[in-house]
Design a protein around this ligand. Structure first.
Ligand code: ZN
Length: 346
C-alpha cells in the first residue's frame, strides 16, 4: 500500500502554505516549512512523508478578520494596493523557499517542470484583487512564475463575484464577469495561465465556460459536490458535467464544512466523505475529471487524515471504496498533470 503512494506522483490542487507562512508570528516560519516545524498541514518533511509530489501554492491576500465572517462584512472587495503588496511578499517567499531548498522545491513554469524531483510548486493567485483592470500586473505575475489564477476568493472584485459562505446555499448569487473579467480570462488564455473557477459564483462560472469553449479545460481547483453538501462553494451536477465535457477537473476539497451534508466545520468527520465526493464527481463528470484539492493550511481537515503526511491513508480509503489502481493514479495526480500540460502547452 505504501509502495503505491511512493510510486504515484500525488498532485494537490490547492494549499494556503504561503499565506500561512507570510502571516505567521514565527520569525523563522519559512525555515520551518523546509525543516518541518509542525505548523499547519503541509511542509517539506510532511509532503515527503505523504508522497506529495506537487501542488498549487496559493497567493491569497488581505484575509478578512475572523469576526468579519460572523457579521458578513468579509463579503466586500479587498483593496487593490495592499493586495498587490501582499502578493509580492508571498511570491517572494515562494521564490526564496525554492532557492533555499537547494533543489527540494521547484516552481513549475513549464510542463516539463512538473516532473522535477522534490516538491513541485505551481504558483497560483487566489482572487485577482492584486491586478488592476488594465492588467499590466498580470504580465509581472506571469514573469514571476504564476501559472494559475482564480478570478475571485469568496467576495466580489473588479473582475467577478465569488460565492459567500452561508450554509446551505446556492452558488447562483450575484452577477457574472465584468468586461474587465472577460478581458482577464482572454489575457490568461493568451499567456497560457490556467483559469480557476473555485470560489466563483454560478453566473461567473458559465461566463468562463462560454469564453473557454473549445479552448483550455475548465478547472475548479478546490471544491466539492453540491449534491452531497449544499454549500455555495460546491459545484452543481450541471457544473460538474460541464467541467467533464471540457476535459477539465475538480480538485476535491478536504474541508469538513464542504464535505458534510450538515455543513459543520468539524474535524470529527470521516475522510471517506472525500472519497464520496470524488465518487459522485466521477459518476457525473467522468473519472478523468476527478482530482485532489486539499485546501491544506486553509481549512479544517478530517482528523483521520490530519495533514499532508496522511495522504497514503486517504488513498487507502479510495481503494477500500473500490477505486481501481489506474483510477487512483488519475485522481491522485494524473488528471492534474494532464490538465496543466494541456493548459500550458502552446
Ligand atoms: Zn480557497
Amino acid at each position: 500500500m505504501r509502495g503505491f503512494a511512493a510510486r504515484v506522483r500525488i498532485f494537490d490542487g490547492h494549499n494556503d502554505a504561503l499565506s500561512r507562512i507570510a502571516t505567521s508570528s514565527r520569525p523563522d516560519a519559512a525555515a520551518g516549512f523546509l525543516d518541518g516545524d509542525g505548523d499547519g498541514h503541509v511542509d517539506l518533511p510532511r509532503a515527503a512523508a505523504g508522497g506529495l509530489a506537487g501542488g498549487c501554492f496559493a497567493v491569497f491576500t488581505c484575509p478578512p478578520p475572523h469576526d468579519a465572517y460572523e457579521d458578513g462584512s468579509y463579503f466586500a472587495p479587498a483593496p487593490h494596493a495592499p493586495s498587490w503588496r501582499e502578493a509580492m511578499i508571498q511570491i517572494g517567499l515562494l521564490l526564496r523557499l525554492e532557492r533555499e531548498s537547494e533543489g527540494r522545491i521547484r516552481v513549475a513554469r513549464t510542463p516539463a517542470d512538473l516532473d522535477a524531483s522534490g516538491l513541485v510548486a505551481v504558483l497560483h493567485l487566489e482572487g485577482a484583487e492584486p491586478i488592476g483592470t488594465r492588467l499590466e500586473e498580470l504580465e509581472l505575475l506571469h514573469a514571476a512564475g504564476m501559472r494559475s489564477l482564480g478570478l475571485t476568493w469568496s467576495r466580489p472584485n473588479d473582475f467577478a463575484t465569488g460565492v459567500p459562505f452561508g450554509f446551505p446555499g446556492s452558488p447562483d448569487r450575484g452577477p457574472g464577469l465584468s468586461s474587465a473579467g472577460k478581458a482577464l480570462v482572454a489575457a490568461c488564455n493568451e499567456l497560457r495561465i490556467l483559469v480557476d473557477v473555485a470560489h466563483l459564483n454560478s453566473r461567473g462560472f458559465w461566463d468562463v465556460h462560454a469564453l473557454q469553449d473549445g479552448g483550455p479545460p475548465l478547472v475548479a481547483s478546490h471544491a466539492g459536490a453540491h449534491a452531497l453538501s449544499p454549500s455555495p462553494r460546491n459545484l452543481t451536477d450541471d457544473q460538474l458535467r460541464a467541467i467533464g465535457e471540457s476535459g477539465g477537473l475538480v480538485g476535491i476539497n478536504f474541508h469538513t464544512g464542504f464535505l458534510r451534508a450538515d455543513g459543520a466545520d468539524d474535524p470529527d468527520t470521516p475522510q471517506e466523505l472525500i472519497v464520496a465526493h470524488a465518487a459522485h464527481a466521477a459518476e457525473v463528470a467522468g473519472i478523468d475529471a476527478v482530482a485532489l484539492g486539499s485546501d491544506f493550511d486553509g481549512a479544517t481537515m478530517p482528523a483521520a487524515l490530519g495533514d499532508a503526511a496522511g495522504l497514503p491513508g486517504l488513498l487507502d480509503a479510495f481503494r477500500a471504496a473500490g477505486f481501481a489502481e489506474g483510477e487512483l493514479e488519475q485522481v491522485a495526480g494524473g488528471n492534474w498533470r494532464r490538465v496543466l500540460e494541456a493548459t500550458w502547452a502552446a
